[in-house]
Design a protein around this ligand. Structure first.
Ligand SMILES: *Cc1c(COP(=O)(O)O)cnc(C)c1O
Length: 345
């Protein structure tokens, strides 16, 4: 079995609600920072001191607990590489993935020659703590967790992460917090990481900050836990535009707060609609909602696309028969989605 990242077709036009992007765009302060770059800035290898300091302050972590990456995707790749380095040449290492999950965990594990061990969520997408603990063995080098999860939007209980970290003390526990900005549930607060030395947290500035096109993410953890990844990352992984964008994005907290609030309102608009129309859905802590359109997910995706609205078909994901995932962005965009859905159902 091989695993790959599923590249989705880029729609030529219309409302992009299929990749959990920020539907409003980045802060205007980012555009100003990019416009201030000079010809010589673009001709020079980037320096990251300012970006690291701004990011450490925003995430409230010490600078040496932080590694900026070319999108969180690069952080995921680096974690897989680090697991490979620590494993013995004689045995294939194993990485546990709780599914359904973001494609990159399995894709990167597979790319470096690791074996993917899939553990399914419960029928109602409950976190399968006992099954994860039972799957941890001598060969386990990596455990991929996503909090909140993509595509279900569900929270992984803090205690489950703690128990997995303790049960897998010889492995790296990667907690992907790509969507933590939308629920403010994070391991980066309350000294949560103190008792979990093998946990590394992944963050991205693609989603809430709207910088997906610039590619900027971060890994956060104890310096010892990050060491293998710091060693593997290319020295100029973020380009000069991303490095200039981050302090500007972090400086515009009003814009960030506004967007997070729009997402919260949009989720409620989606829930209300689904309840009225008898569509099953899962309450989400992220900037998307997963809903089940029994027997007709393909028809709904195509019908929405014909009306210029793009959503993601997740119906072939484990446990997700009939399910579509749609981004909750700016409320005006959610209204457009709901108007198109209303016509279709
Ligand atoms: C979008 C996403 C990422 C990737 O973030 P980038 O910074 O754009 O690479 C990582 N993890 C999850 C769960 C995501 O949904």
């Amino acid at each position: 079995m091989t695993y790959e990242y599923e590249r989705v077709l880029t729609p030529a036009s219309g409302l992009r609600l299929h990749l959990n992007e920020n539907t409003s765009g980045c802060s205007p302060a980012v555009i100003a920072a990019l416009q201030a770059l000079t010809r010589l800035d673009l001709a020079s290898y980037p320096d990251y001191d300012t970006a690291i300091a701004a990011c450490a302050a925003r995430l409230r972590v010490p600078a040496d607990w932080l590694l900026l990456t070319n999108g969180l995707d690069e952080g995921i790749f680096l974690a897989a590489l680090a697991a490979l380095r620590g494993s013995s040449a004689a045995t294939v290492f194993e990485a546990i993935v709780v599914v359904p999950a973001f494609d990159m965990y399995a894709a990167c594990t597979d790319a470096v020659g690791g074996r993917v061990v899939e553990i399914p969520l419960g029928r109602g997408f409950e976190f399968p703590l006992d099954a994860v603990i039972a799957a941890i063995g001598k060969r386990t080098r990596l455990i991929w967790l996503t909090n909140p999860n993509n595509p279900t939007g569900q929270i992984v209980p803090r205690d489950a992460i703690r128990r997995i970290s303790a049960a897998a003390s010889g492995a790296l526990v990667f907690v992907d917090e790509a969507y933590a900005d939308f629920c403010r549930e994070t391991l980066l607060e309350d000294d949560a990481l103190d008792g979990m030395p093998n946990v590394v947290v992944g963050r991205t500035f693609a989603k809430a900050y709207g910088l997906a096109g610039l590619r900027a993410g971060a890994l956060v953890g104890r310096p010892e836990s990050l060491a293998a990844m710091r060693r593997a990352i290319p020295p100029y992984s973020l380009n000069v535009c991303a490095a200039a964008a981050l302090p500007a994005a972090f400086g515009d907290i009003a814009y960030f707060d506004w967007y997070v609030d729009q997402v919260a309102q949009s989720r409620i608009m989606l829930y209300d609609f689904f309840e009225r129309r008898g569509v099953s859905y899962w309450k989400s802590a992220a900037n998307f909602v997963l809903a089940r359109f029994d027997g007709q997910p393909g028809r709904v995706v195509a019908g929405l696309a014909a009306r210029g609205v793009h959503v993601r078909d997740r119906s072939t994901d484990p446990g997700c028969a009939g399910c579509l995932r749609m981004t909750a962005g700016v409320t005006e965009h959610t209204q457009a989605l709901l108007a198109a859905l209303e016509e279709l159902l």
